[in-house]
Ligand binder design. Structure first.
Ligand code: MEV
Length: 440
């Protein structure tokens, strides 16, 4: 077989990397021009971004927008959002505006504890292991203090160390599950450093037992890593309004709207196929703010979807209750994010996101993100049960279609006016432009 491996790629200069990639393209027209343009060659920005990742050839721009008029716990916010999907920012803004007239979003952080795990095997006497645990915990906490001292001063640190005997699941498998508070940082590096230190300490601790007696090689550390499942780092947020105030321009009365809306959310509670799309609509808002603040959206997504399955079946993360004349929509999910550390102060735009948000702490940011999720969810379901999503979505998408078809400013302006009253599809827009351009 032909050896197609590229050897030593990471050691090459950017020019050499670009050449290799460009030489392998079927059509490289414009590739080098694009990647050598200022979009990718601003020296200051490049210097920074190239520290974040490896083998960087250029940048991948995404729109940075804001959704104004979020009222959360009585305070006004303009929420920065990074997303490539049309309608997401418009939908969040529209819901924020709507709820600002109804008391806004009410959010509470229910906990901020994160979890780290040391997974290990113990092949010796399990009673001996269990008998050593109290001493082990004191030893681990005491000897990792050089790593936890600063975090403790900031109000964080180790909260508890739990021992789990999981030998009924896997032979010889045990775990230390450690609770951490990480103040305003997301805490991944802190947690992982402490865990790795603790696993080294465990080896030292048990080697003393091995040395002194008949037991040998009982302990094998398998891995030490934080868990991105954070069911104790949870935020809840809700909106509520009198049902009678919810009548829609499409002609639904407040009662009809509330009943249909609740049914749509209940469907997502019982049907996983619908629940995934419903929750995706929530993450449209959540991910956009997580990205704009340079937090880890994969971690937030993974935890959120696991939480959606916490009762044994994947289900909606949001709920609707109708009580007396009140419509109440709530969302509860884990969100582990930071406002210090990581890329939060390094990313050129994240810094400004925090300024725009008024420099929130991590708990406040959790509440802002959850509100953006609930706003997105509200808008999506409101559209679905009234006029559907395609009307608004395709209107927003019109700009993308016009770009693909190379429309100039004048053609764009005319097209936007024309499609106010006509349905948008790629075919329709192409036909329309061809006619304008005199092409049959
Ligand atoms: C599209 O990005 C998101 C929606 O599909 C969410 C939903 O169906 O609830 C509109």
């Amino acid at each position: 077989m032909e050896d197609k491996l590229i050897h030593g790629f990471s050691k090459l200069s950017k020019e050499q990397k670009l050449k290799i990639i460009s030489d392998n393209l079927v059509d490289d027209t414009g590739f080098l021009t694009e990647l050598n343009s200022l979009n990718h060659r601003n020296p200051e920005v490049q210097l920074l971004l190239e520290q974040f990742s490896e083998n960087t050839l250029g940048n991948f721009p995404l729109p940075y927008g804001v959704a104004p008029n979020f009222v959360i716990n009585g305070k006004y916010y303009t929420v920065p959002m990074v997303t490539e999907e049309s309608s997401v920012v418009a939908a969040a803004s529209s819901a924020a505006r709507f709820w600002s007239g109804n008391g806004g979003f009410h959010a509470t952080v229910k906990g901020t504890t994160k979890v780290g795990q040391i997974h290990f095997c113990w092949t010796g006497n399990s009673a001996a292991l269990k008998n050593s645990l109290d001493e082990l915990k004191i030893y681990l906490e005491g000897n990792s203090r050089h790593l936890t001292r600063k975090m403790t001063e900031r109000g964080g640190g180790i909260r508890d160390i739990e021992f789990l005997d999981l030998t009924d699941l896997l032979d010889h498998y045990y775990q230390l599950r450690i609770g951490f508070e990480t103040a305003d940082s997301m805490g991944a590096n802190f947690i992982n450093s402490v865990l790795e230190e603790m696993s080294s300490l465990m080896k030292i601790f048990y080697s003393r037992i091995f040395e002194s007696g008949e037991q040998k090689d009982e302990l094998e550390i398998i891995m030490s890593i934080l868990s991105n499942y954070t069911p104790d780092c949870v935020v809840e947020c809700f909106v509520e309004a009198p049902i009678s105030s919810l009548e829609t321009p499409e002609g639904l009365s407040g009662e009809e709207f509330a009943r249909k809306f609740k049914m749509a959310v209940d469907i997502a509670s019982v049907d996983p196929f619908r629940a995934v799309t419903h929750n995706k609509g929530i993450f449209n808002g959540i991910d956009a703010v997580v990205l704009a603040t340079a937090n880890d959206f994969r971690a937030v997504e993974a935890a959120g979807h696991a939480y959606a399955s916490r009762n044994g079946k994947y289900s909606s993360l949001s709920r609707v209750e109708l009580r007396d004349d009140v419509f109440r929509m709530s969302l509860e999910l884990p969100i582990a994010v930071g406002t210090v550390g990581g890329l939060t102060s390094l990313h050129p735009m994240a810094k400004w996101s925090f300024e725009i948000l008024g420099k929130p702490n991590a708990s406040e940011l959790m509440m802002i993100i959850a509100s953006a999720g609930l706003a997105s969810n509200f808008s999506a379901v409101r559209s679905l049960i009234t006029h559907g999503i395609q009307k608004g979505h395709m209107k927003m998408h019109l700009g993308n279609i016009l770009s693909v078809l190379g429309a100039d400013a004048q053609e764009r302006a005319k097209a936007v006016e024309y499609f106010e009253n006509h349905s948008v599809s790629h075919y329709e827009v192409e036909q329309y432009l061809n006619k304008q351009r005199g092409i049959q």
